[in-house]
Design a protein. Structure first.
Length: 631
């Protein structure tokens, strides 16, 4: 398994090298790259070039981690399965690049489908498990439903304009109702981005996929949904109304995602819902940029776009750290259930430290890349709050409140993940026998964290380097005072990191020669209990979930103890976290469709005479409708 994926890793590195050179050239020179391959023209402007670099970075990090992660294959997969996995990984990498350099809807649809199918095959890596098969099938079905939106847009534009290039999409939107072409495309992009309420595929899929694939899908692939919304939003001349719709969807997605992350005890599902939240923040900032363009507020627009590009970079890097840490824990303990962990700080300190650093970053705490990526979002929201229009001002209020709530809830979610999973006493035997993986497994995580740390201390430098991207998105230059503000924030972040580092070093030196006392976790003076007296992932989140119950779906099953039962037998208490939208909307809909299909299955009798009769009836119906001038 390792050898075949090593070949895939080398191919992915070659793809990254070959495509990064023209991408960097575009960003440096500001001149778009184009190439004719057959009858199709591929184009990379500054925004496409930026996304190519994001795709390449995320893919290389995933490939490097995957080489070591797949070295131990307890399931004994065949050579064919190994080759299929490696080929699908390379295909996903290439397809994502194809999506961002396409210049017509046909090419976009082709690469979009290639991206969906290759990622579907990657999710099926653990196809022996029922949950993995179910998640993969749900994913591919929803992706194909979304792809229908692209086909609908192709039909509208092609029939009216005689072609489907992006320039013709712009002309179509200028001469027709914009929503006719934008709405079907938005469905496809929103579903890929995991936006509420089209997100239901994402948590199960990311949890079922192998960890290097989860990091790639979460950190990179779902960003292409946001790319599509931005690309075609700009093509259709964004308005305040479009911006408001995106902002509201972004707010709903961010809050729904992070609240449901708090309720998860499956570590990878927690990270998946966190990705839903971060996609919501990105789309919310895109909406703010469109609103600012509609009201002619260039400073707000540039600030919002700065938040978008910085957050895309930050989230790609931090999610690589987090999902790969989850992969290390899964590999070492064979469980993702936080209630079965505990005490990992003693057996897997290297992985826990990376999980902690990733948690600080994704929670947007000061000193992290998440703080500087959300800082321009705060600026755009606060500036919008100061507008004279009450309705526009309230949109700014909603965006700032959302950022505050999302940050606070993220702290709860990740203190739960780290506190329950890494601290305290081991709840089962699994954490006791775990150990950190080889340093080469953690190397790509440290690479990703190093990149995130660079963003944290030099946001102004990144924004200057991406000035061509921001100009391409807004057609405006970056205000000098915004750059000065970001430089100041970066310096403050660097000082904070240095101070924390010095304090940590002094503490380490002071305690190096002192004996360390070890004992059971403090239990309010009661030391005779076992690991069960500790908080669990469920109880830690219970108060928050109870408050947010309208948007969560947690089922609890247990038998009450009768007051007269003086010597109750052993009781079990079980909770199951479900997605509200999937459980209440999509699953019942799927069941209804299945029932209809089962009812129609009686037509499939296997009798050739029946099929001839069906054909005869169809012909008769067509003839009758034609004579009646219905057809």
């Amino acid at each position: 398994m390792r050898l075949t994926f090593m070949v895939a890793c080398v191919v992915s590195l070659v793809i990254a090298f070959v495509t990064s050179i023209p991408a960097v050239t575009v960003l440096v020179t500001g001149m778009a790259w184009s190439a004719d391959i057959g009858s199709v023209t591929y184009v990379a402007d500054s925004f496409s070039a930026f996304m190519v670099l994001v795709i390449n970075t995320g893919s290389v990090l995933a490939a490097l981690y995957g080489v070591r992660y797949l070295a131990d294959d307890p399931d004994g997969r065949s050579l064919t399965e190994s080759i299929l996995h490696g080929t699908s990984f390379v295909a996903l990498h290439a397809a994502m690049i194809g999506v961002v350099i396409s210049s017509d809807l046909y090419s976009l649809f082709y690469f979009w489908e290639a991206m969906s199918i290759s990622s579907f095959l990657l999710v099926l890596f653990d196809a022996r498990q029922t949950k993995a098969r179910t998640a993969a099938i749900r994913y591919i079905l929803q992706m194909h439903i979304g792809a229908v939106g692209i086909l609908v847009a192709i039909g509208f534009v092609s029939s009216a304009m005689g072609g489907v290039t992006y320039s013709l999409v712009h002309d179509y939107a200028a001469s027709h109702q914009t929503w006719i072409v934008l709405l079907p495309l938005a469905v496809a992009f929103a579903m890929k981005a995991g936006l509420f309420p089209l997100h239901s595929w994402l948590p199960d899929t990311h949890a079922a996929a192998p960890s290097h694939v989860s990091g790639l899908m979460s950190g990179v692939m779902i960003k292409l949904g946001a790319y599509g919304l931005i690309r075609f939003g700009l093509l259709t001349d964004p308005s305040t109304e479009l911006g408001t719709v995106l902002l509201v969807i972004g707010i709903a997605t961010a809050l729904f995602g992070i609240v449901n992350a708090i309720g998860q005890r499956d570590l990878k599902k927690l990270l998946a819902y966190s990705s839903v939240e971060n996609m919501g923040l990105i789309v919310m900032s895109v909406g703010m940029a469109f609103i600012a363009r509609g009201i002619d507020a260039p400073y707000i627009e540039i600030a919002a776009w700065s938040g978008v590009v910085l957050h895309i970079l930050h989230h790609m890097l931090i999610k690589a750290v987090l999902f790969q840490s989850a992969g290390n824990i899964l590999h070492g303990t064979h469980t993702r259930d936080l209630n079965n962990l505990g005490g990992l700080i003693h057996t897997m300190p290297g992985t826990v430290n990376l999980l902690l650093l990733g948690g600080l970053g994704i929670s947007a705490l000061p000193g992290s890349s998440g703080f500087v990526s959300e800082f321009p979002m705060y600026i755009s929201g606060i500036k919008t709050m100061m507008m004279s229009s009450t309705s526009i001002s309230m949109l700014g209020v909603f965006s700032v409140v959302t950022l505050c709530l999302a940050g606070g809830f993220a702290i709860i979610a990740f203190t739960k993940a780290i506190g329950i999973g890494a601290l305290g006493t081991a709840r089962t035997k699994a954490p006791l026998t775990a150990h950190d993986p080889h340093w080469t497994t953690r190397f790509p995580q440290w690479l990703a964290f190093g990149g995130a740390l660079f963003i944290a201390v030099a946001p102004g430098m990144f924004i200057r380097a991406l000035s061509g991207v921001l100009y391409g998105l807004s057609e405006k230059h970056i205000p000098h005072d915004l750059l000065t503000t970001l430089d100041t924030v970066g310096i403050g972040q660097a000082v904070l990191i240095i101070v924390v580092g010095i304090v940590w070093l002094l503490r380490m030196l002071a305690t190096r020669t002192k004996p360390v006392a070890e004992g059971p976790t403090w239990g309010c003076g009661f030391q005779e209990g076992d690991a069960r007296i500790q908080y669990t992932a469920t109880t830690y989140a219970d108060s928050t979930i109870e408050i947010m119950s309208p948007v969560t779906d947690v089922s609890v099953s247990y038998r009450h103890i009768d007051p007269a039962d003086m010597f109750p037998r052993t009781r079990s208490y079980h909770t199951e976290e479900k997605d509200l939208i999937a459980n209440k909307v999509f699953d019942p809909l799927a069941i209804g469709v299945e029932r209809v299909l089962r009812a129609l299955a009686v037509l499939q009798s296997g009798n050739m005479r029946s099929y001839i009769l069906y054909a005869f009836v169809f012909i008769v119906v067509v003839v009758v409708l034609t004579l009646a001038e219905v057809l």
